[in-house]
Design a binder for this molecule. Structure first.
Ligand code: SF4
Length: 437
């Protein structure tokens, strides 16, 4: 008999786990305070007992906003080496989570390698993998088959799984009645909807939710309750379908906590800026302050090629208003599987959004790094600036691509550098532009 099965159970029993201690140190938070957050479900530490290379992180109230990087093999793009390059990039940039969204062939080998090499927590969507894993077409898959795929992922060492358990018959009815421009844009959600409609059955993850929770509890896998009805355009946001599913997710959250399974709640999607703050507050209210994991939100629909920007704007507003975990979006969103450079752009954009929100949220230490940057800029210490920058490599490349004549400036204003001028005057020096060489 184990002393505890999940981080939540340990926290409820007052047991300080090694993972809890590490996260408390990373967050500069007292252990009892973090323990209280984990016990109440306001924070999670996704840490599968089989993920031995994990450097645990916490997600939730009062903690730094974390980011997730999606990658994985698709039927149209099966380059394993390229996906592993993306993994390494995500790790190098300090992304706290990587989701394997592979949906082609036998995904086990890729995920095994990923779990072996990644200190970042690993997430997956077993629904994507069902057809490949089971070698059956959608209509032939039984409810219990879906559970077998969840169990396989849990055994492999995945730290959190997206399960669209909230898309039950009630939520589907609301979605149908309300009508939408973009209907269902969640990949897993659309597969489930198709299965439910073709078989006439209830959502298997809802119908057998207790069994799903037992599997997750056994390996301490956090359930990330997916929002199958997330809006896929700003016209569909905050509609009856989205809210009906959110109410179901609120119930499922409490249900999971009764079994000590940690919960993340997934959220929108596409959403105009003026709706984001209210949506964050509503999620926290309906889902009992469970950590919120947002997939965007993209604040406009008209910027394909630049959706890392539309998403970073929405992500920053969302996180400043309570979202705890941002799923990155790359410039390739809506267009193709991202390449390595797209992944880099997406990671940086979401890191900016997360950090900007942490400053607004008053997260401990968040402003310190900005203050260090200001000091380095004041001193014109370029090496220090490159070291502090989220993407120091790019910053250095830009600086050196058009080098200034005087290293105490950059090539933008040259000798008329405002910082240099003011520094010189405050140091009691004279400023003479015409006589200076
Ligand atoms: S030269 Fe202009 S842009 Fe460059 S550091 Fe000085 S003030 Fe800033």
């Amino acid at each position: 008999m184990r002393a505890y099965y999940t981080q939540m159970e340990a926290a409820k029993k007052g047991i300080v786990t090694p993972q809890l201690e590490i996260v408390a140190a990373k967050e500069e938070m007292e252990v009892p305070k973090l323990m209280e957050l984990v016990a109440s479900g306001q924070a999670v530490i996704p840490a599968n007992v089989n993920h031995t290379s994990l450097s645990p992180e916490g997600i939730g109230s009062g903690l730094r906003t974390k980011i997730n990087v999606n990658l994985g093999i698709s039927g149209d793009s099966k380059d394993y080496d390229r996906e592993l390059k993306k993994v390494q990039m995500a790790i190098d940039f300090g992304a706290e989570a990587i989701m394997d969204l592979s949906n082609y062939g036998k995904t086990h080998d890729f995920r095994e390698k990923l779990i072996e090499m990644s200190p970042a927590m690993i997430g997956s969507v077993p629904m994507y993998d069902a057809i490949g894993y089971l070698e059956k077409d959608l209509l032939e898959i039984t409810a219990k088959d879906f559970l077998r795929v969840v169990e396989a992922h849990a055994r492999e060492g995945v730290d959190f799984v997206t399960i669209h358990a909230g898309l039950n018959r009630r939520a589907v009815e609301s979605f149908r009645r309300a009508g939408r421009k973009m209907n269902i844009v969640s990949r897993g959600g659309s597969l489930l909807f198709a299965w439910m409609e073709m078989t006439g059955n209830e959502n298997p993850f809802f119908e057998y939710y207790d069994e799903v929770l037992d599997i997750l509890r056994e390996h301490d896998v956090t359930i990330s309750i997916g929002d199958a009805l997330r809006p896929g355009c700003i016209a569909d946001s905050s509609d009856a379908g989205q809210i009906a599913e959110l109410i179901e997710i609120g119930n499922l959250t409490k249900w999971a906590w009764e079994k000590d399974v940690q919960v993340l709640v997934e959220g929108p999607g596409h959403m105009a800026m003026d709706e984001i703050a209210a949506n964050m507050k509503m999620e926290k209210r309906i889902c009992h302050n469970a950590p919120f994991y947002v997939l965007g939100p993209l604040v406009t629909d008209i910027a394909p090629g630049y959706d890392h920007i539309t998403s970073a704007i929405g992500g920053a507003i969302a996180a400043a208003n309570g979202a705890d975990f941002l799923c990155y979006v790359t410039p390739a969103e809506h267009l193709r599987l991202p390449d390595v450079s797209d992944v880099r752009e997406g990671i940086v954009a979401s890191k900016i959004a997360a950090h900007a929100a942490d400053i607004a949220k008053g997260i401990k230490g968040a402003r310190d790094i900005d203050n260090r940057m200001a000091e380095a800029r004041h001193k014109m210490d370029w090496d220090e600036m490159f070291d502090i920058a989220i993407d120091g490599k790019k910053a250095k490349e830009y600086f050196e691509s058009t080098p200034p004549a005087d290293r105490h400036t950059c090539s933008m204003c040259g000798k008329m550098c405002a910082v240099r001028t003011t520094n010189m005057i405050l140091e009691g020096k004279k400023v003479e532009f015409c006589t200076e060489k």
